[in-house]
Design a protein around this ligand. Structure first.
Ligand SMILES: Cc1cc2nc3c(=O)[nH]c(=O)nc-3n(C[C@H](O)[C@H](O)[C@H](O)COP(=O)(O)OP(=O)(O)OC[C@H]3O[C@@H](n4cnc5c(N)ncnc54)[C@H](O)[C@@H]3O)c2cc1C
Length: 596
């Protein structure tokens, strides 16, 4: 980042930032690469060689590896130095997360610990709580868990039934309830448990494993993540000292801020898995032969390889763009100052829309890449002899945990609309002016584009206009009833995601061009492919909404209208998807992996 101006959350809906103000991964410095190398070496030399034992649920191995990661500082990357962590910026911490995600079972344990289990304490703990627990968590001496979900409430987490009442001695809360699917249960010493004080004040409690009344269910038998521990945590008259209770009634902030940061980390983790699968596939297809040729020579295999690389590039660009924004708000926070909690809350909450987008696009892109990796490996991919099967199984969870895709889609558009209603984000007004412009006789006309970056700029502009138009049309026709129209909210979210994805890739490309970076040409290919694909996704989302809105002429009825012309341009861009993919695939094959 070259200036100190943090954009408002959701501002990307309205305007493009200056490219220079956006962080890109090519700006990492030697010390960032050093810590990333430590994480990657640890994964490749110590964790991945033990994948077989991890898959066989040898929990001693996993527990040892978690503690070893803590000794290396990898379990407390963002925890400030004064509390025993490395005090890294969000950009560097995201790089560590990316590297830790190379083994699914290890990744979920490490991220549950370093992310959602640590953030509530870091953001909202009292000074005494932070001093007592953070150093032990950051160093891996203790492992942590985040205990929010219950059998009847996970997506709807605020309706948790776990209950707490103040004991007559005034020194303890008595906690009763059962938490479900709690990661790291087998080896955690500290559980951040969420429950209702007196039935209605949602509150976070720091519960030690050794507290009387804490017990555990059996290990869940899961589709994937076989080496991670997932159990029920049963709380039977657990006496929690009042010193271990975070502010009564404020638990929703602790939970949601941690989940926002967790969603950002799901995006960062997705990058690692996608890069690994791309490399595995590139090497595999160079060696496998059929019909007298290597698989690498088949156009349809090249198509898949290029798509893997282009999707990875888009997610990577989005993740580090958001990480840079988080740094602008978080890096100046003095962790042990009285105002720290309010500042952490502001930062984690400000970018809730973008965090949701990263969770959604990251998890869906990595799932798609893992699926194609199996397809490329054919029958081999369906066996346990090759690592792609495990990656596919493990990765399936990312579309469910920390907010399932359906819930996150509604959340993204819901937040955009709520911020508009609060006067924080003028999307409806901007949408109305797009609608007026499109209604003019030459609305949505565009002169021919001036080079490839200009062609992408037009797609960014068209997708933004489409998103704004859809919001203003939907709210005009449905009023506040739109909040109950899940399908419409979700389709708009897809257009919003497409905007953030293409714009992030394009901004990175501009920066690389301006710096005459040696990877600019490859980045441009990846961005063109991403722009082509996300334009199509935006088109589908746009048609869905316009066809579904009451009283709206269908898109087919309006091919000559401004919006019809805009939609047409999205699916008929000047980009040649076949040739672009072939060109990018050649580079992926040459480098035997993700080339950026
Ligand atoms: C391996 C694993 C590890 C986990 N680790 C943890 C952990 O450490 N801590 C923790 O607290 N939790 C954990 N969870 C729980 C996880 O966060 C939840 O599973 C997740 O939030 C989804 O909730 P659910 O399973 O109750 O699904 P449900 O809420 O039953 O949802 C089922 C489906 O319905 C959809 N749906 C739900 N609500 C709506 C709606 N309003 N509109 C439309 N569709 C909807 C969902 O998107 C989903 O597709 C873990 C889960 C697993 C499987």
């Amino acid at each position: 980042m070259t200036d100190n101006f943090a954009p408002n959350g959701g501002a990307f809906m309205l305007e493009t930032p200056f490219p220079e103000s956006v962080f890109i991964p090519e700006e990492f410095e030697a010390e960032d690469h050093l810590i990333a190398r430590t994480a990657e070496d640890f994964l490749r030399k110590e964790v991945i060689p033990q994948s077989e034992q991890i898959e066989q649920r040898d929990f001693d191995v996993m527990e040892r590896l978690m503690r070893r990661a803590g000794q290396l500082g990898l379990l407390g990357p963002e925890v400030p130095v004064e509390y025993g962590g490395l005090g890294l910026k969000q950009t560097t911490a995201a790089l560590v997360t990316e590297k830790l995600s190379l083994q699914g079972s290890f990744a979920i344990g490490a991220e549950a610990h370093a992310g959602i289990a640590t953030f509530p304490l870091l953001f909202f703990g009292t000074e005494d709580q932070k001093r007592r627990y953070l150093p032990r968590l950051a160093g891996g001496e203790w492992i942590g868990s985040f205990a929010l979900s219950e059998a009847a409430s996970a997506s709807d987490s605020l309706s948790a039934r776990t209950n707490a009442v103040l004991a007559p001695d005034g020194k303890h809360y008595i906690l009763n309830g059962a938490k479900m699917w709690i990661t790291n249960s087998a080896w955690s010493q500290l559980f951040t448990v969420f429950g209702q004080v007196d039935g209605d004040k949602f509150t976070a409690f720091l519960v030690e494993r050794s507290f009387e009344g804490v017990s555990f269910g059996r290990e869940e038998r899961k589709l994937g993540m076989h080496g991670s521990s997932t159990r029920r945590v049963i709380l039977d008259d657990v006496r929690v000292p009042v010193e271990n209770v975070m502010e009564v009634g404020k638990g929703r902030y602790a939970a949601f801020d941690a989940l926002n940061m967790g969603r950002f980390k799901v995006g960062a983790g997705a990058i690692g898995g996608m890069k690994e699968n791309t490399a595995l596939c590139a090497r595999y297809v160079k060696n496998r032969r059929a019909f007298g040729r290597t698989f690498a020579e088949f156009g349809l295999i090249q198509h898949k390889l290029a798509e893997m690389a282009a999707r990875t590039f888009a997610v990577e660009s989005m993740v580090y763009r958001l990480a840079g924004c988080l740094d602008l708000l978080m890096a100046p926070i003095v962790a042990d100052s009285p105002g720290a909690s309010a500042q952490y809350h502001r930062a984690a909450n400000e970018y809730a829309i973008e965090c949701g987008i990263l969770k959604l696009v990251g998890s869906e892109s990595s799932s798609k890449v893992a699926d194609e990796a199996i397809q490329i490996h054919g029958g081999n991919g369906y066996t346990e002899e090759f690592p792609v099967a495990r990656s596919w199984r493990d990765g399936r969870l990312t579309r469910i945990g920390e907010g399932a895709s359906e819930v996150v889609r509604q959340m993204i558009t819901g937040l955009v609309l709520r911020r508009d209603l609060q006067g924080r984000l003028g999307v409806r007004e901007a949408g109305e002016s797009v609608a007026r412009a499109l209604a003019s006789p030459d609305g949505a006309e565009m002169p021919p584009s001036d080079g490839p970056l200009d062609a992408i700029a037009r797609i960014v502009r068209d997708v933004r206009q489409l998103a704004l138009f859809l919001i203003s049309e939907s709210t005009a026709r449905l009023g506040l009833g739109i909040m109950e129209e899940q399908e419409i909210l979700a389709a708009i979210a897809d257009v919003v995601c497409a905007l953030f994805a293409v714009e992030s890739a394009w901004l990175r490309c501009i920066k690389l061009r301006d710096r005459s970076h040696h990877r600019f040409a490859t980045a441009l290919l990846a961005t063109q492919i991403a722009a082509h694909d996300y334009a199509q996704e935006a088109f589908l989302g746009g048609c869905y909404v316009l066809d579904a809105l009451p009283g709206q002429e269908t898109v087919q009825d309006a091919p000559c209208s401004g919006i019809g012309r805009l939609l047409n341009r999205l699916v008929r861009s000047d980009l040649n998807p076949k040739q672009l993919r072939r060109d990018l695939a050649a580079i992926v094959l040459d480098r035997e992996g993700y080339p950026l």
